[in-house]
Ligand binder design. Structure first.
Ligand code: EPU
Length: 336
């Protein structure tokens, strides 16, 4: 492993934005990671699949691409297994591995870009399932001391697209492996999310298995979300906001068909994509950037966009949603 200097991060971020790292290395093991920490080059930033970040300028310090791989069966129980996955493993490849081996639990999370090590940071989720539902524990290496620590489910403090690694432990760890609990039989299938049921029916599937669900999710995602190879993007740019009943009622007064999901804490979640669409942004292009025509929650790089351009578009969207609905959208992606 060599530490290179002045390296372009263009191939390492799915938004397809140009930015340089002062120092860069690809790590394949905890040993290599520790070697990098010992050089004393600071700050260190860990890069997974680069699918949840907006680069707005060059990065000083040391950028490390986590390529620690490996999928190992850790324990076998009567109806489940614990699988330990290297932090640098591609998430979707892991999902396909699970489906191929008849292991259930992650099929709804098919085709989510990024790595297994980055997945817990924002508690990835889709179609009624979140990473926290199958998570057991993870191992992470302190970027300060090089020491390894195991984080339990409780210690990760998972929330909606959130964990301790986005809060007070932000930027302090490299997640080297994650343990997931997957079912061997009697899978708990989650088909309640509207689009899945409809897609299964269209596919003529009456009694779905995990492979059918994975296939349906891949179909839905491919039809709604842009392929980064075609248009640079980071999936949902904003989180779906949680708001009070009062704000919801004022929205329903003028938009009686507004979609919303009641939450256990009494608040309601309103799809940010709907709010953005109502403000007229869906499909709108601004310079080299724009709001995707099939899913307003996704901002795209039509080619040659800068991080600053995308950030400016995001800012304009936040402002118009706030003006129209009195709701302040929060980015889901990390703006660097
Ligand atoms: N909607 C619109 N216009 C749009 C987009 C959405 O009106 O342009 C409304 C529709 O009413 C639709 C509802 O929003 O029924 C929900 O849309 P969708 O099912 O596409 O899901 P989402 O809430 O927009 C979330 C996640 C996605 C995840 C899907 C499916 C967040 C921020 N996003 O999007 O995650 O794939 O649900 O579970 O929670 C990601 O995080 O990168 C991501 C793609």
């Amino acid at each position: 492993m060599t530490i290179q200097q002045n390296i372009s991060l263009l191939p390492f971020n799915t938004f397809g934005l140009e930015a340089k790292a002062a120092h860069f290395a690809e790590i394949h093991s905890v040993k290599e990671l520790r070697h990098c920490i010992r050089t004393g080059i600071q700050p260190i930033m860990i890069l997974g699949g680069g699918s949840n970040m907006l680069l707005t300028g060059d990065l000083r310090g040391l950028v490390l691409k986590n390529s620690i791989t490996g999928i190992n069966l850790l324990r076998t129980f009567k109806n489940k297994v614990w699988v330990e996955v290297g932090g640098g493993e591609n998430w979707h490849q892991f999902v396909l591995w699970a489906v191929r081996n008849g292991l259930g639990g992650v099929e709804n999370l098919s085709l989510i870009p990024g790595t297994a090590g980055a997945a817990p940071i924002q508690n990835i989720g889709a179609y009624g399932v979140e990473l926290k539902d199958v998570f057991v524990r993870l191992k992470a290496v302190s970027l300060e001391t090089g020491k390894m620590k195991t984080f339990s489910h409780h210690e990760c403090r998972f929330g909606y697209r959130d964990s301790i690694f986005k809060q007070e432990e932000r930027g302090k760890w490299c997640i080297s492996s994650v343990v997931f609990s997957l079912t061997k039989h009697k899978h708990h299938l989650n088909t309640s999310y509207g689009d899945i049921q409809r897609t299964l029916e269209n596919n003529g599937v009456n009694l779905p298995g995990i492979a059918d669900i994975s296939r349906a999710v891949i179909q839905i995602r491919s039809s709604k979300l842009p392929d980064p190879a075609q248009f640079g993007n980071c999936g949902s740019f904003f989180k779906n906001p949680e708001t009070s009943q009062q704000v919801l009622q004022s929205i329903l007064a003028s938009h009686p068909h507004a979609p919303y999901y009641p939450l256990e804490n009494g608040l309601v979640k309103i799809p940010a994509g709907w709010l953005i669409e109502q403000c007229g942004w869906k499909g709108k292009r601004v310079g080299n950037t724009g709001c995707y025509e099939k899913q307003a929650l996704v901002l795209v790089n039509y080619g040659g966009a800068t991080g600053a351009e995308v950030k400016a578009l995001a800012h304009s969207i936040i402002q118009s949603v706030e003006q129209k609905f009195d709701i302040r959208l929060e980015p889901e992606v990390n703006i660097l």
